[in-house]
Design a protein around this ligand. Structure first.
Ligand SMILES: C[S@@+](CC[C@H](N)C(=O)[O-])C[C@H]1O[C@@H](n2cnc3c(N)ncnc32)[C@H](O)[C@@H]1O
Length: 223
């Protein structure tokens, strides 16, 4: 991205509240990957725009993205899922009582946790493993209410290889199917490419890719 545009986006990112300021100290100490304030501002905006009451996250860490959702909600519930029990315990410490929102803390595999919730979800965040975005979409697609939004993080940077993504997705320019030599693609990039291809071809979803943070794919369910 253009350097000045990148700086402008960072400069315009919304400020952290008190809870998030304490979280950021933890991020800096541990180097834990969060969505960051630019993407966090988008999560808050989306929650507010759809009047979110029921939010589900795949991959919550210590609750930073959940805090952004909470800031855009008037009541309702955010479900956090996390493999790492230490991170989840921290999320409880940070979030309990900090917002006017109920939090559910699901330890273990998000792919199993989502089966325990019927929805309908207003917003879903995918921020766990890129390779598992496609099966996560399959599990929540019918649980997302019409008008609801599914957001996938890390679709343009971070753990993915953006150059490979372009080749895989821009079929007019360089169709992957026509390549004769073996194509070495890591599983995260392959998962993200397959996810983006699924959402752009799904008639029930309208999708845009926002070049914010590490890249957000935002899809709204239209039917
Ligand atoms: C990028 S971090 C999440 C950051 C968080 N959304 C935020 O912005 O504050 C990804 C987290 O997902 C967790 N994770 C990965 N795969 C998971 C799975 N299948 N089920 C639950 N947690 C998972 C990892 O342990 C890691 O803490």
């Amino acid at each position: 991205m253009d350097e000045h545009l990148g700086r402008l986006l960072r400069t315009m990112a919304p400020a952290h509240d008190e809870t998030q300021t304490a979280m950021v100290e933890h991020t800096m100490a541990e180097g834990f990957p969060t969505v960051g304030p630019e993407s966090g501002g988008v999560l808050r905006l989306l929650a507010r725009l759809v009047d979110a009451r029921d939010v589900f996250e795949f991959g919550s860490g210590f609750g930073y993205s959940a805090a952004w959702f909470a800031r855009g909600m008037n009541g309702g519930r955010v479900v956090l899922t996390e493999y790492d029990d230490e991170e989840l315990a921290l999320a409880r410490e940070f979030l309990d009582g900090a917002y006017d929102v109920e939090f559910a803390f699901e330890s273990g595999d998000a792919m199993a946790a989502v089966e325990r919730y019927d929805g309908p979800f207003d917003v879903v965040l995918l921020d766990h493993e890129g390779a598992r975005y496609p099966p996560a979409l399959a599990r929540v697609r019918e649980k997302l209410r019409p008008g609801g939004v599914i957001v996938a993080d890390n679709v343009a940077a971070g753990p993915v290889d953006p150059e490979t993504l372009v080749v895989m997705l821009d079929t007019e320019e360089d169709p992957l199917v026509s390549r004769s030599e073996p194509w070495d693609v890591d599983t995260t990039t392959e998962g993200i490419a397959s996810y983006l291809d699924l959402v752009r071809n799904d008639p029930a979803l309208e999708t845009v890719l926002l070049p914010v943070g590490k890249g957000l794919a935002v899809s709204v369910r239209v039917e």
